[in-house]
Design a protein around this ligand. Structure first.
Ligand SMILES: Cc1cc2nc3c(=O)[nH]c(=O)nc-3n(C[C@H](O)[C@H](O)[C@H](O)COP(=O)(O)OP(=O)(O)OC[C@H]3O[C@@H](n4cnc5c(N)ncnc54)[C@H](O)[C@@H]3O)c2cc1C
Length: 423
């Protein structure tokens, strides 16, 4: 079992009792593989619906992207609603986005209901990195207001950006009260506590070595097996470890975060006066926010090769200093990275394999959608699959090039888009 990556989140994690590894044969109605937001939400919702549930996690709860991400609660999906409408038709997009937009309420409801101490804050500012991006944001917000009566978001002109973030590089943006930010590891641990209280049996340090999707579903681990009527595969960037074909639907992309030393309350408020989570519209985006103790938590830069940068601080620092020149030389206390499971078209990949449900490929947009997806999976097990199927029916394609060539081809594509950020 690998412990949490050293990070600001690990250093400020709420206590959570270590759960034992599985060392016998057990049976349940549902077996969940993966203890991030997706798996925890599915386990909790299934247990609340009366199913007996076992969850196996290879490492610690929240060890994957869920315990390392930027904590940004970004409303909607990676595709804008207007783009979805163009591709799939207005009515399909309207139904899909209406469900996706419930994700924020689902997370806020969990936090309130289980009193999860994860420093939630309201507000997300999507900053336009180029003038044309502001045009796209207007078109998107118009669509949402016209088709869904969307409330709580507004366009911010270039001259008003400083009310939201003290950066000279943006051309305006959209501020959305439905977004926000939180301490992601503490949210995951809070879900896990709620799951334990609801009767879920959690086994940490228990990698699934093999999953038989038949009837029953059988999950084989190093020292025990779980048999169940339903399975849930929730390993995101690590899905290849349980199913090779599913693994080819996503590409693991490394992304890095830093946390500065605590800033004075005045300095922090001057930097992000809105207190919002901020992400910008670059292809290799910058995303940042203030922590509860006034650190700037900043994510920027992606790496498409498996070797991590020698020094994550120095890898991220130029991005941070480009956004905030006034933070030149700021002390960085923590630096860490994680793997984002990215699909070819950036839409999440949900579906069924025999008696297993799966959900992965959040493409960097998973803090909100994963909680919703876990609940849709549990609903589908109870026979209400309409909303799960809406997501499962989205188009999907494995990365081209097979096992050997898919990564080099992907790297070439990404480098091209990253270059466009600089043009
Ligand atoms: C650095 C970074 C920053 C990000 N920032 C944001 C952000 O600000 N906003 C946003 O919306 N999204 C963000 N994301 C994406 C978001 O974190 C993910 O989409 C989300 O956490 C995925 O949750 P998950 O439960 O599906 O997967 P994970 O959290 O990755 O959980 C999968 C779990 O499965 C376990 N596992 C793997 N293989 C096995 C096995 N064989 N057996 C048992 N267990 C196994 C792993 O140990 C892991 O704990 C970011 C991601 C990263 C890496």
């Amino acid at each position: 079992m690998t412990d949490h990556a050293p990070s600001y989140y690990a250093a400020t994690a709420n206590s959570f009792p270590e759960q034992p590894p599985l060392a016998r044969e057990v049976s349940a109605d549902v077996v969940v593989v993966g203890g991030g937001f997706t798996g925890l939400s599915a386990a909790l919702h299934a247990a609340e619906a009366g199913f007996s549930v076992v969850l196996v996690e290879a490492n610690r709860i929240g060890w994957g992207a869920s315990g390392r991400n930027g904590g940004q609660m970004i409303p909607g999906m990676r595709w804008g609603a207007a783009d979805l409408a163009e591709k799939f038709g207005n009515e399909n997009a309207r139904r899909l986005v209406a469900v996706a937009n419930r994700a924020g309420d689902r997370v806020r409801d969990r936090i309130a209901r289980h009193r999860i101490d994860c420093a939630p804050r309201l507000g997300h500012f999507h900053a336009a990195a180029k003038p044309g991006h502001l045009y796209d944001m207007r078109r998107e917000l118009d669509w949402l207001e016209r088709n869904l009566g969307y409330e709580g978001a507004r366009i911010v002109r270039m001259s008003d950006v400083e009310e939201f973030v003290a950066s000279p590089i943006y051309h305006g943006g959209v501020y959305d009260r439905n977004g926000g930010h939180l301490h992601p590891l503490n949210y995951a641990l809070g879900l896990a506590r709620a799951a334990l209280d609801a009767g879920v049996r959690i086994f940490e340090g228990t990698p699934a070595l093999d999953v038989d999707h038949g009837s029953p579903v059988i999950v084989t681990t190093p020292a025990g097996t779980v048999s169940a009527s339903h399975g849930v595969l929730a390993c995101d960037a690590f899905m290849a470890s349980v199913d090779k074909a599913l693994g080819r639907m996503t590409m693991p992309v490394a992304n890095y975060n830093v946390a500065t030393a605590p800033l004075s309350p005045e300095h922090a408020a001057a930097l992000i006066p809105s207190g919002a989570a901020v992400s910008d519209s670059k292809f290799v985006l910058n995303y940042y926010r203030l922590s509860a103790d006034n650190r700037l938590i900043f994510g920027g830069g992606e790496k498409y090769t498996p070797t991590p940068p020698r020094d994550i601080r120095n890898f991220v620092r130029p991005y941070l200093e480009q956004v905030f020149p006034q933070l030149q030389g700021v002390r960085i206390d923590y630096a860490w990275g994680g793997l984002v499971g990215v699909t070819l078209n950036r839409l999440p990949d949900l579906g069924r394999l025999g008696n297993c449900f799966y959900a992965h490929g959040w493409s960097g947009h998973g803090v909100l959608l994963t909680t919703l997806a876990g609940e849709l999976i549990a609903d589908a097990m109870r026979g209400t699959a309409e909303q799960f199927d809406m997501f499962a029916n989205l188009p999907k394609r494995p990365f081209p090039g097979g096992a050997l060539l898919s990564h080099p081809l992907y790297v070439l594509g990404m480098l091209w888009y990253a270059l466009k950020d600089r043009l």
